[in-house]
Structure formats: structure tokens, C-alpha cells
Design a protein around this ligand. Structure first.
Ligand code: UD1
Length: 432
């Protein structure tokens, strides 16, 4: 099929039609963190009491997690950005494959399910477009806590041997600081007997958010946010009312929307320490940032090429690699972007090239030569953050773009066309 035919096929899909070149002004509101909220919802499995989560973003992934937890007997009520979960009468410990397969974070429910029920059968989530995404570290951690874990027909079957049906605290050194593995182990260890120490733990803010929720539920945890987390297991956890942190990746995407359109914008609420590496790169490439208690006002200057390497937190986040590449495609000079977390996270390059970007890729490194203008085109977002990169590029491209791949975009960006529309972007969702 020709490129033109492929492009016209894409336009038949739901897409955002974006008229590029508008200056933006005003304030972009940041929703609650998707990656926190998803995992915090699974923590409801750890208690028979009701749990209330606030600032939960209205995303399709949250709908997916609601379905998964409901399939296990958890009563879930969503009202705006408040989610009430009550796991007093669990009916199962085996979420169905069709639901888990579409939502990787649901695999992390294996930790709390096992701790609560004494057994769990969770389908392996499988790889995705950006990489293989193994879960060996999760399994190794659960085994260290005393679980028997087997893979049977694509399902991870975990159980706790013995009459007491309780995990035992252990020292666990992760091979790599996996966010999901740290969260799985943290939830399982919270109800284990004795002390657990997780070394080489992920330090991402979402891990810290989970630890803070668990502490509010009565868990005894210290060190979250650093590389070593200590958990003194408790006999039971209680319900609580908890506010999810703002989404640092959405905030970063919005700062990039300002930078790519060379517009002064305010982005709030933001916890600046969650974005330190990103803020540094924005300054390095020519943006002025005014940080206050609530948020950040960004004033872009002339954007210069810079180098970026993705790293675990506190390094530069892989989830902002594609969006930042869209900005650097419009910079003066050359940028070198190296992806170190995922083996296949450069698929946005071909789409950016369709808009006139000059990018060469060798293995996991992209060399971006900035161009003076991008031109609007039909483009497809191949994963969540690639879709965000396409939206950013379309905001500055000359003429109209049609960005498809909205099923990905809607997983991570709440109400994006309304938010961007309010600050002056010209975009409309078309559902043919
Ligand atoms: C989380 C985020 C995702 C983000 C990623 C990295 C959620 C719901 N998702 O995903 O948006 O891109 O962190 O910041 O929070 N690895 C192994 N073995 C394992 C587990 C992971 O080698 O057992 C590797 C992965 O292949 C990858 C790296 O570790 O290269 C990071 O993965 P991980 O931190 O586990 O990502 P997730 O928790 O799935």
C-alpha cells in the first residue's frame, strides 16, 4: 500500500484534527498521576475497609482497572475524580486475560491479591510495542517473600504455602530498579510477617505515592523514594482517604506544548522535584522557568539542540522521550537522544519525519537536526507517549494535521483537546 493510501486509511480512524501555528496562553491544569492512581487502586485489595482516592484522572486505563477490580468482587464507584473502592467481599483472585492484557499495570495486583487471598492467578501481561517488558523481578520478589510461583499456560500462579497463609519478610535486591516490581513487592511485604528490605528499589514518585498511601492505611514503611525501602509487616491495613499526586508526565508534556509553540504558559499543579531532570533539559535548550508553590510558568526563548539520555528516576523519564524529541525537531542545531529503558521506543521517529523532521536513528539513539518548520500531515501515534509527541508536533506544524492513535492517547491524557483548546490551540476530535 502506498504512503498516501495508508495515510488516508488513518484519517478514517478517530483522530484529532489540529490546525498548527497558534500561540497558546493561560494555564494548563494537570490531572492526577495515571501511573500512581492505577497502582493505588490495586492497594484497595489489601483491606476489607473502604478506600477513597481523590484526584484520579478520568482515563480509559482507570476504567480498565475498575473493570479488573470489579471482576474480583471489589465494589468500585467512580464519581468525577473520586474513586471509592471496597474489597470486603472478594469473589476471586484471577482477573481475566482479556482485561489484564490491555493494561500492564493490572499485573501489579498480583502482590496485594496474594497477600490478601493467599493465592493469585494473574495472566502474564506480555510485551508491547515499546519493548518486551518482562516481569521476572516481580516474580523473584514474591518468591523471596515465601510464595510459590509457577507459570502455567500463560498465567502466573502464586500461592503461599503453609496453614498461616502469610508471606514472610525478606531481603530483596532487585536486578534493575523496576517500578512495577518495587510496587508489587511493597504491597505484598506490607502484610507479611517480619521485616523486608528492598534494595535497588525504583525511586519514582509513584512508588513514593504508593508508600504514602500504604502508610496512611497503617503500613510501616520507610525509605520510599530512595534506593532502599524497609517494610515492617503489619497484621492488617485499614481504609483511608487519599489524594493522588499530580501527573509529572502530563505536566512535562504541557511544558513541552508551551516550548514547541514558543508560548508563555503556566502549568499547575506540579511538584517540581518530580520533574527535576526535565526542567533542567528545558532550561538547557532555552526555556525560562518560574517555579512557585503551585506550578511552573514557562517562557521559551530560542530553542537550541541538546542531548538527552533516558534513565530511571531521578534521571530523564523515558515517558517524555518522544514528546521532547518533537520539540528538538524544531530546535536550532543538533540533538542526540538515547533511549536506555526500552528497546523499541523510537517508532515516533518515522511519524515525525512525515511532518518534515530530520532525524536519523541508529539502534536506540536518534540524531535530530532541527528544522525551521514542520508541516502538517496525517500521523499515527503508535503508543501513548508517541501520540503525545504527534499532538505536540501538530501544534506547531504549518497547516492541518490529523493525529490518529487516540486509543493510546486517551489512556494517559485526560480531556486533552478541551485542555489545549482552553489555552488557544485549534483542535477538534473527529470520529468518522
Ligand atoms: C512503569 C510505568 C511506565 C514507565 C516505566 C519506566 C506504570 C504503570 N508504568 O512501567 O509508564 O515507562 O515504569 O519508567 O507505572 N525490567 C526487567 N525485568 C523486570 C521488570 C522490568 O528487565 O522484571 C526492565 C524493563 O524491561 C524496562 C525497565 O526494567 O527496561 C523498566 O521497567 P519497569 O520499571 O518495570 O516499568 P513498569 O513498571 O512496567
Amino acid at each position: 500500500m502506498t504512503v498516501a493510501a495508508l495515510a488516508s486509511q488513518d484519517i478514517l480512524k478517530p483522530h484529532l484534527e489540529i490546525d498548527g501555528g497558534e500561540k497558546l496562553s493561560g494555564e494548563l491544569r494537570v490531572s492526577g498521576a495515571k501511573n500512581s492512581a492505577l497502582v493505588l487502586m490495586t492497594a484497595s485489595l489489601l483491606t476489607e475497609d473502604p478506600l477513597t482516592l481523590r484526584n484520579v484522572p478520568p482515563l480509559t486505563d482507570i476504567g480498565g482497572m475498575t473493570e479488573i477490580l470489579s471482576s474480583l468482587g471489589v465494589k468500585v464507584q467512580r464519581s468525577g475524580e473520586v474513586v471509592r473502592l471496597h474489597a470486603d467481599q472478594m469473589t476471586g483472585a484471577e482477573p481475566p486475560y482479556e482485561l489484564v492484557n490491555g493494561l500492564r499495570a493490572s499485573f501489579f495486583a498480583i502482590g496485594p491479591l496474594l497477600a490478601r487471598m493467599g493465592h493469585a492467578r494473574v495472566p502474564l501481561p506480555g510485551g508491547c510495542r515499546i519493548g518486551a517488558r518482562p516481569v521476572v523481578e516481580h516474580i523473584r520478589g514474591l518468591k523471596a517473600l515465601g510464595a510459590v510461583v509457577n507459570v502455567e499456560h500463560g498465567i502466573i500462579a502464586a500461592s503461599i504455602p503453609g496453614r498461616e497463609q502469610r508471606l514472610k519478610g525478606a531481603e530483596i535486591v532487585l536486578d534493575c530498579p523496576s517500578v512495577g516490581a518495587t510496587e508489587t513487592i511493597l504491597m505484598a511485604a506490607a502484610l507479611a510477617r517480619g521485616t523486608s528490605v528492598i534494595s535497588n528499589a525504583a525511586q519514582e514518585p509513584e512508588v513514593q505515592d504508593l508508600a504514602n498511601l500504604l502508610i496512611a492505611m497503617g503500613a510501616n514503611i520507610s525509605g520510599a523514594g530512595g534506593p532502599t525501602i524497609t517494610v515492617e509487616g503489619v497484621d492488617q491495613l485499614k481504609g483511608c482517604d487519599y489524594m493522588v499526586i499530580p501527573d509529572r508526565i502530563e505536566a512535562g508534556t504541557f511544558l513541552l506544548a508551551a516550548a514547541i509553540t514558543r508560548s508563555k504558559l503556566r502549568v499547575a499543579p506540579v511538584i517540581p522535584e518530580h520533574l527535576s531532570a526535565v526542567l533542567q533539559k528545558l532550561r538547557d535548550c532555552g526555556c525560562k522557568l518560574d517555579i512557585d508553590q503551585e506550578g511552573i510558568t514557562i517562557t521559551p526563548g530560542e530553542i537550541r539542540g541538546i542531548d538527552i539520555t533516558t534513565q530511571p528516576f531521578p534521571g530523564f523519564p523515558t515517558d517524555l522521550q518522544a514528546p521532547f524529541m518533537a520539540l528538538l525537531a524544531t530546535a536550532q542545531g543538533t540533538s542526540v537522544i538515547t533511549e536506555k529503558i526500552y528497546e523499541n521506543r523510537m517508532q515516533h521517529v518515522a511519524e515525525l519525519q512525515r511532518m518534515g523532521a530530520s532525524i536519523r536513528v541508529q539502534s536506540n539513539t536518534a540524531v535530530v537536526e532541527g528544522v525551521s518548520a514542520l508541516s502538517g500531515a496525517p500521523v499515527n501515534g503508535t503508543d501513548l507517549r508517541a501520540s503525545a509527541a504527534m499532538v505536540l508536533a501538530a501544534l506547531v506544524a504549518t497547516g492541518k494535521s490529523q493525529v490518529s492513535g487516540l486509543d493510546h492517547l486517551d489512556r494517559g491524557y485526560a480531556d486533552i483537546e478541551a485542555k489545549l483548546g482552553r489555552v488557544g490551540a485549534k483542535l477538534i476530535r473527529r470520529t468518522p
